[in-house]
Design a protein. Structure first.
Length: 486
C-alpha cells in the first residue's frame, strides 16, 4: 500500500515545459524532468485502487480507456514513492519494452481512467513511467542482456516501427535470431521519421536501437521488401516472417488543381525535416521549408498539430489548420463520464505555440478546401475554403480564399500499402489492413505473421508495442510449440 493520504497532501505536479516563445527557437524536447524527491511525491499520489482502471485497457463507451499494455501502474507508483526505482524498472519492463517512447508520446489512456481524476487531477502516470526509465538509463541499469541460449530459429521482421521493434525485442530475448528489414535509411518507423524531434528526440530512438543491436538483433536498412522475389527469399531463408509495415497510405485531397507545386503529405514533410535535421542540421534546400510562407494544414488532429509546431520552427509567416468536424467540448459531456476516454478539445504543443506567436488558435473548425489556386507558374498561391454544416454539407455563400504558399495534407491514412501484401500473398481487409482471425496475428499464409498499424489500422505507439509483443507470442508458439513470452 502506498501513502494513504498522498492524494490529499500533494498536488499534481507535471514536468515543467519551456515557454512556447523560447522553445520554438530549437527542435529539442522541452520538458525538463522533475527531480527524484518531487517524483516520489507524484508516486505517492497513487491511491493503489483495488480495481485499477488505469491499467485495464478496457473498452468503455466504444473507446479504450486505461493502459493497453496493462502496465502495472499502482505497483510501480508505489515503488517510486518508496524510492525503489530499480524495482520499479523491473515491474515496468515486464509489460513495456520501450517506456522511454510511451513516456514521451503516449496520449496517456491510463490517466484518463485514474481514480484521482474523477474529482481532481489524475496521477502523473506517464511522467512517472518516463522518470523510472530515464533514471535507469542514467544509472546504467538498462544494459544489453543477450539470451543465454539460442534456439537456432531465424525470424525476419519487415518494418522497424514500434511494432516491429517490440516483436524483434521479444523474439530476440527468447533466443531466436532476428533480422529487421527497413526500407528507410534509419530504423525506427514513425518514431524516427514521423513524430517530430521536439516530441521524441532521435537520439532516444537511436539509444534503444543500439541496445537492441548489442543484444543481437540485426538491422538491415535501405531494403524495400516489396517484390515477390524478395518475399520468396525471406520465406526461404527464415523460419517465420512478421510484417510490420505500418499504415502509411495517406488520404489525398480530391480538389481542383491538386497537382500544383507546394503541396505535401504531412508525413513526408515531417520526415524530410527530421532527415535534414539529423543529416545536415537543416541546411537550406535539403527539406521543404515553410520559412516566410502562409501555411494551410488540412486536418485538425495530432499530425496536423505536429506540422504546426514544425512550421513555426521553420519560421512560417502564418499557419492555419482546417478541421471538418465541430470543436469538441472543453469539459467532459455528461454522456462521457469517467473513466471513459474524455472526448474533449485538447490544445497541444504546436497549437499553444501558434497562439503565442500569432495570437490565436490555428484551428478553423467545420471548414474544408474546395480548390487550390496556382500563381500561373505552377506553384500554389491560395486555397478556396467552404464552411460545413454538422452533416458535412457545404454552407451556401461561405466560400473564402486564404493565401497559401505551402499546403500540408494531414487528413489521415487509408491503411497499408498493398504492394507488400501482394508480394507475400496475404489477404487485406476492406480497410486495407492485413487480415487475421480476431485476436490472432497469423495471416492465412503459413509462416507469415503481422502486427501494428498494418494489422489494426493507423493507431498509437502503445498499441503498436502491444501488437508487436502479441505477435511475438504467436511466432514463438509456432516455432517452439509453446511460449513463455508475456
Ligand atoms: C506524424 C505522426 C505523429 C504521430 N504521433 C504519435 C504520438 O505522438 N503518439 C502516439 O502514440 N502515436 C503517434 N502516431 C502514431 C504512431 O506513430 C503509429 O501508430 C506507430 O508508429 C505504428 O507503428 P508500426 O510499427 O505499426 O508502424 P510504423 O511506425 O509506421 O513503421 C512501419 C515501418 O515499416 C517500414 N516499411 C514499410 N514497408 C516496408 C517494406 N516493404 N520493406 C521494408 N520496410 C518497410 C516503414 O518504412 C516504417 O519504418 C503518430 C503518427 C504520425 C503519422
Ligand atoms: S503506455 Fe501510455 S497508457 Fe500505458 S501507462 Fe504509459 S502513458 Fe499510460
Amino acid at each position: 500500500m502506498g501513502k494513504p493520504t498522498g492524494f490529499l497532501e500533494y498536488q499534481r505536479q507535471g514536468d515543467p515545459a519551456q515557454a512556447p516563445l523560447e522553445r520554438i527557437g530549437h527542435y529539442d524536447e522541452f520538458h525538463p524532468r522533475l527531480g527524484r524527491e518531487d517524483r516520489r511525491r507524484q508516486g505517492a499520489r497513487c491511491m493503489e485502487c483495488g480495481v485499477p482502471f488505469c491499467q485495464s485497457g478496457a473498452v468503455l463507451g466504444g473507446m479504450v480507456s486505461g493502459c493497453p499494455l496493462h502496465n502495472l501502474i499502482p505497483e510501480w507508483n508505489d515503488l517510486v514513492y518508496t524510492g525503489n526505482f530499480g524495482h520499479a524498472l523491473e515491474r515496468l519492463m515486464k509489460t513495456n519494452n520501450f517506456p522511454e517512447f510511451t513516456g514521451r508520446v503516449c496520449p496517456a489512456l491510463c490517466e484518463a481512467a485514474c481514480t484521482c481524476g474523477l474529482h481532481g487531477d489524475p496521477v502523473t502516470i506517464k511522467e512517472n513511467e518516463l522518470g523510472i526509465i530515464e533514471d535507469a538509463w542514467e544509472r546504467g541499469l538498462v544494459a544489453p542482456c543477450p539470451p543465454k541460449t539460442r534456439t537456432g530459429k531465424q525470424v525476419a521482421v519487415v518494418g522497424s516501427g514500434p511494432a516491429g521493434l517490440a516483436c524483434a525485442d521479444q523474439l530476440s530475448k527468447r533466443g531466436h535470431a532476428v533480422t529487421v528489414f527497413e526500407r528507410e535509411d534509419r530504423p525506427g518507423g514513425l518514431l524516427m521519421y514521423g513524430i517530430p524531434n521536439m516530441k521524441l528526440e532521435k537520439r532516444i530512438v537511436q539509444r534503444r536501437l543500439d541496445l537492441m543491436a548489442a543484444q543481437g538483433v540485426e538491422f538491415v536498412t535501405g531494403t524495400d521488401v516489396g517484390r515477390e522475389k524478395e518475399a520468396q527469399e525471406l520465406l526461404d531463408g527464415f523460419d517465420a516472417v512478421v510484417l510490420c509495415c505500418g499504415a502509411s497510405n495517406p488520404r489525398d485531397l480530391k480538389v481542383k488543381n491538386r497537382d500544383v507545386n507546394g503541396v505535401y503529405f504531412a508525413v513526408d514533410f515531417l520526415k524530410e525535416t527530421t532527415r535534414s535535421l539529423l543529416d545536415s542540421g537543416l541546411a537550406p534546400g535539403t527539406f521543404p521549408s515553410a520559412k516566410g510562407k502562409d501555411v494551410v494544414i488540412v486536418g485538425g488532429g495530432d499530425t496536423g498539430n505536429d506540422c504546426v509546431g514544425t512550421c513555426i520552427r521553420h519560421g512560417c509567416k502564418s499557419v492555419v489548420q482546417l478541421e471538418m468536424m465541430p470543436k469538441a467540448p472543453d469539459q467532459r459531456a455528461e454522456r462521457n463520464p469517467w473513466p471513459e476516454w474524455p472526448k474533449v478539445c485538447k490544445t497541444d504543443y504546436g497549437q499553444e505555440e501558434a497562439i503565442a506567436v500569432f495570437g490565436h488558435d490555428p484551428r478553423i473548425y467545420q471548414t474544408t478546401l474546395t480548390e487550390l489556386i496556382g500563381d500561373g507558374k505552377g506553384n500554389i498561391k491560395a486555397v478556396k475554403t467552404v464552411r460545413l454544416h454538422p452533416d458535412l454539407s457545404p454552407v451556401e455563400g461561405s466560400e473564402q480564399t486564404l493565401e497559401c504558399g505551402l499546403l500540408l495534407i494531414a487528413a489521415g491514412f487509408l491503411g497499408a500499402q498493398s504492394y507488400v501484401a501482394e508480394a507475400f500473398g496475404v489477404e487485406l481487409t476492406p480497410r486495407a489492413a492485413v487480415h487475421t482471425q480476431a485476436g490472432d496475428y497469423a495471416t492465412g499464409v503459413p509462416k507469415i505473421f503481422t502486427a501494428g498499424d498494418m494489422h489494426r489500422g493507423q493507431s498509437l505507439v502503445v498499441w503498436a508495442i502491444w501488437e508487436g509483443r502479441q505477435a511475438a507470442r504467436a511466432v514463438d508458439t509456432y516455432l517452439m510449440g509453446y511460449t513463455n513470452l508475456e
